[in-house]
Each structure stands twice: as C-alpha cells, then as structure tokens.
Design a protein around this ligand. Structure first.
Ligand SMILES: Cc1cc2nc3c(=O)[nH]c(=O)nc-3n(C[C@H](O)[C@H](O)[C@H](O)COP(=O)(O)O)c2cc1C
Length: 366
C-alpha cells in the first residue's frame, strides 16, 4: 500500500500586488484606522469610479520592438525621478504604523521615490526630512493663521523641501460617513506635529454636528491667497485638487509650477468624476504649459501607463503605500512601490515603449 500523501505545509501568504497589501492591512488595522484610510465621501461612488475608469481603459500591445533596455525615468521641476511616481500626502499616519511618516519616507526613498509630506503628518517636517535621502515636497493646508503658514514654509525651506503642494479641494471635508460610523477620533499619541503651538491645533478637524467647517481648514481661500503664497517663497508651488479644466487654466495663468489632478481620493465630494476621466480635458487646455500630475485609484502599473498615455507627466499614490506601511512599515512601502514599478515596466515592454517620451495616446486601444 502506498504511503498517504502528506499535505503540503501551509505556504506563507504571497504579497504580489497592491490588493494583497490592502487585504492584509484591513485585517491588521483597528476598525477606526481602517475606516479613515479606506473610506470616501458619502456613497463612495467616486471612490469606485476612480478604479473602474482605469479598468475600462484598454492597452494596445506592440510586437517586435527591442525593449531590452527600458528607461522609466523622468525629470520633474529640475530633478530626476527614476520612475514617474510620488507618494501623495496623507495625514495621521500614526494611525497606520507607530513609526508613521518616518517609516514612509525611508521606505519611499529606499525605492528612490519622493514623498509629499502632509501638513497633518504625525512627525514634524524637520524630523521627516532628517530621515530622508531625497528632498521632500511639503503639502500645505493654508491655515487661517497666515503667520503660521509663512513660518511652516520657512521650516520646509530650511528642511530642504523642493516644492510646496497647496491642497485646494478641501474648503470643507466631505461627509465621510464611514469614518463617523467608526467613531473617528485621534487616539492619544497621534498628533498634528507640525501644528504644535498653533492656537487652533487642538481643535476638531472633523466638523461637529450641524457645522460644516473645520478648525484646521480655511474655507475663505481664493486665488488671491495663491498669489500671496507665491510672494512668500521661491519654492515652486503646485496646486493639488484641480479637477475642473477652467481651474487648470486659472492655475496656469496664476503662474504655478504644476497641478495635481485629484479628487482627494474621493474623500470630499461624491459623484465628481474619476480623475482619469477629468485628465484629458485638463491636458487639452493646459498640457505643455506646466507639469500635470494625477492621483486617485492607481493600483496597478498599467494604471500609471494609462495616466501617462492620457497626458500626465507623473502620478501619485495614496492608499496603496499606506497599505504597505500598515503591513510591514518602511519595507512594506518599498515593496508596494517596487511592485508598481515592475508592473509598469512590464506594461511598457509589452506595449513596445522604451522611454517615457514614447508613451502617448496610441498606447490605448480605442
Ligand atoms: C488616509 C488619507 C489621508 C490623506 N491626507 C491628505 C492630506 O493630509 N493632504 C492632502 O492634500 N491629501 C490627503 N489625502 C489625499 C491623497 O493625497 C491623495 O489625493 C489620494 O489618496 C489619492 O487617491 P488614492 O488613495 O486612491 O491613491 C489623504 C488620503 C488618504 C487616503
């Protein structure tokens, strides 16, 4: 009689794509942190569309091209990036990992990628910069206290930041009901480190019942404030959260250094379009006048190729690297970036493109 077949020992789970990290992050994180990280506004329709619109785009392979040498590097605002991807600003990373933004910057830089540090980071911009191997960009929520804002820009300059990214799509936070249902509040130990000493820093970020405004956002911001900001610093200023092509034209006229087509990861206004659907009209209006970046829903290297095909100069990811951070700290951030890089390079190769300059709309199957 044959010996019974020994069942194979349980194999450790593989982390092959962003979805694997997402699943594990959800299993690992407390419900409140998960709801903050994963949620969108209202019915989360835009959150779904941010993904579905990428899935609907199809790629056009090209055969018999020598793709034995690939160069996925770009130059953005005078600096070389080995891959057209940056990490989007994310507040309150202390909810995701004890080392928070410090792990993120180490993980990003180990993969040769730039981090855009949030105004609401869990560590100060100085502390994040001290761990950085590549210059940071600072994301700015202009505070009602303009003196504080001016001081934060000075601190960013001193820390070697190379750009200021002003978020312009958040006069108020959207109805983030998933967060509210999970009773979102900042646990002890997770602070807004950059805001130490600011009068309203301890105030509620979330609006209280009956109110729509946040103590930490200025709902009176206008284009005049962008002009004011430009006068405060010689650093390049990018506007993050441009979706309306008319706003893109105003941004170009205002002389900013770049725009980020973003719907804030679908967290503020439900039923606005997917960013990849808004991108072509923005590119048609201002393409070539200033760098255009895009974020929202990018989960695959093929998504990056599609965004570039539609005219983006580079992309940013938010939740994917936070999943990596939740699962494995700085190493998880590096792994998520490297997975996207590998998928992107594979897609470049099969589509017969050896450099970023060769990626245009003919990469898409229309
Ligand atoms: C947990 C979390 C926190 C965020 N915090 C900020 C922030 O502090 N400032 C900001 O401009 N955008 C913030 N965003 C939006 C991201 O910068 C980015 O636009 C968005 O996450 C991109 O979509 P994706 O998550 O689908 O990649 C946050 C997003 C998430 C998921």
């Amino acid at each position: 009689m044959n010996a019974p077949v020994t069942p194979p020992a349980a194999l450790p789970p593989l982390f092959l794509d962003v979805t694997d990290f997402e699943r594990e992050a959800q299993a690992k994180l407390p419900a409140m942190s998960w709801s903050y990280l994963s949620g969108g506004a209202s019915d989360e329709l835009t959150l779904r569309w941010n993904r579905e619109s990428y899935d609907r785009l199809r790629l056009r392979p090209r055969a018999l091209v020598d793709v034995s040498q690939l160069d996925p590097s770009i130059t953005l605002l005078g600096r070389r990036h080995s891959f057209p991807l940056l990490l989007a600003p994310a507040a309150y990373q202390g909810l995701t990992h004890p080392e928070a933004d410090l792990a993120t910057v180490r993980g990003a830089n180990a993969a040769d990628v730039t981090l855009v540090a949030s105004t609401f980071s869990s560590h100060t911009i100085e502390d994040i910069a001290a761990q950085a191997a590549r210059p940071l960009w600072l994301q700015l929520y202009i505070q009602r206290d303009r003196e504080f804002t001016r001081a934060l820009i000075r601190r960013a300059e001193k820390s070697g930041c190379e750009a200021v990214v002003v978020t312009v799509d958040t006069p108020v936070l959207g109805p983030r009901n998933r967060e509210l249902r999970a009773r979102f509040s900042l646990p002890p130990g997770v602070e807004r480190a950059n805001l130490r000493g600011v009068a309203n820093a301890g105030g509620a970020h979330r609006s209280t019942e009956g109110a729509i405004y946040s103590a930490l956002l200025d709902p009176s911001l206008t284009w005049k404030d962008i002009a004011w900001l430009k006068a405060q610093t010689s650093l390049p200023i990018l506007l993050k959260g441009i979706l309306n092509p008319d706003d893109a034209v105003r941004a170009a006229e205002a002389g900013v250094a770049g725009i980020i087509v973003s719907n804030h990861g679908a967290r503020n206004l439900d039923t606005e379009p997917a960013t990849i659907d808004a991108l072509p009209e923005v590119v048609a209006k201002v393409g070539g006048r200033l760098p255009i970046l895009v974020d929202g829903g990018i989960r695959r290297g093929t998504d990056i190729l599609k965004a570039l095909a539609l005219g983006a100069n580079a992309v940013l990811i938010g939740r994917p690297y936070l999943y990596g951070l939740a699962v494995d700290g700085s190493a998880g951030v590096t792994r998520v970036i490297n997975i996207l890089r590998r998928e992107f390079e594979m897609a470049m190769a099969v589509c017969g493109r050896t450099s970023i300059a060769e990626i245009d709309a003919t990469v898409l199957w229309r």
